[in-house]
Design a protein around this ligand. Sequence first.
Ligand SMILES: C[S@@+](CC[C@H](N)C(=O)[O-])C[C@H]1O[C@@H](n2cnc3c(N)ncnc32)[C@H](O)[C@@H]1O
Length: 232
Amino acid sequence: MHGLAQELNRVGVASAYDRWAPIYDLVFGPVFKRGRRAAIDAAETVGGRILEVGVGTGISLPHYRAESRITGIDIADQMLDKARDRVRRLKLNHVERIAIGDAEALDFDDASFDVVVAQYVVSAVPHPDRALSEFLRVVRPGGMIVIATRLGAEAGMRARIERALMPITSRLGWRTDFPWSIYGDWAARNPQAELVERRPLPPLGHFSLVCFRRAAAAGQDNHPTPALGATA
Ligand SMILES: C[S@@+](CC[C@H](N)C(=O)[O-])C[C@H]1O[C@@H](n2cnc3c(N)ncnc32)[C@H](O)[C@@H]1O
């Protein structure tokens, strides 16, 4: 079992990303571009009301279809300032809301969204399994959780290097040591989460697209989401 929570803490991660905010798009824009495209395409196979967790500077917001209705949350204020500015500048009318919020304690009602998207975020939260359970709670039955994620090696030289880098990368705001078992073990404990996709993303196959569908409970239809009732 990983000592995940000890490696990162929420306040440290938020201030790391506040520091990244002025140059984030320059540094991480191109490198994750194809992965973001793949995540958005997956999200829009369902469409509708979409929650983007860890929306950051809002770099992906212009790429959703105009008919989608997007809520974006993040813990880093300076990143969100950039996102708000982008929404204003580009007149992104499909973005309903940008707000401070924690992936591990989402301030939304159950089944509020058709899709939850988390791009390059889950490996940055102290308790990834809590965040995944929150995603599952707020997505409607039949809806989808779309995750672009770092996946570290399970064993061998690459795994050893990733573990050795952890003290450095955790100060920068993410983990390098992030094995598939974090998702696999969580899914085994949450049978409502059905793995529907897992495939490598560029660059270098160190990242993957991972999608879970929330199964409908017995006797339940895959109804569309009710009107958004909670606040963030
Ligand atoms: C690597 S950036 C990814 C940003 C954006 N999704 C993208 O594709 O470029 C990680 C983002 O997750 C946010 N984040 C980290 N921990 C979080 C948490 N517990 N709740 C919400 N957002 C979080 C960070 O502030 C940062 O904006």
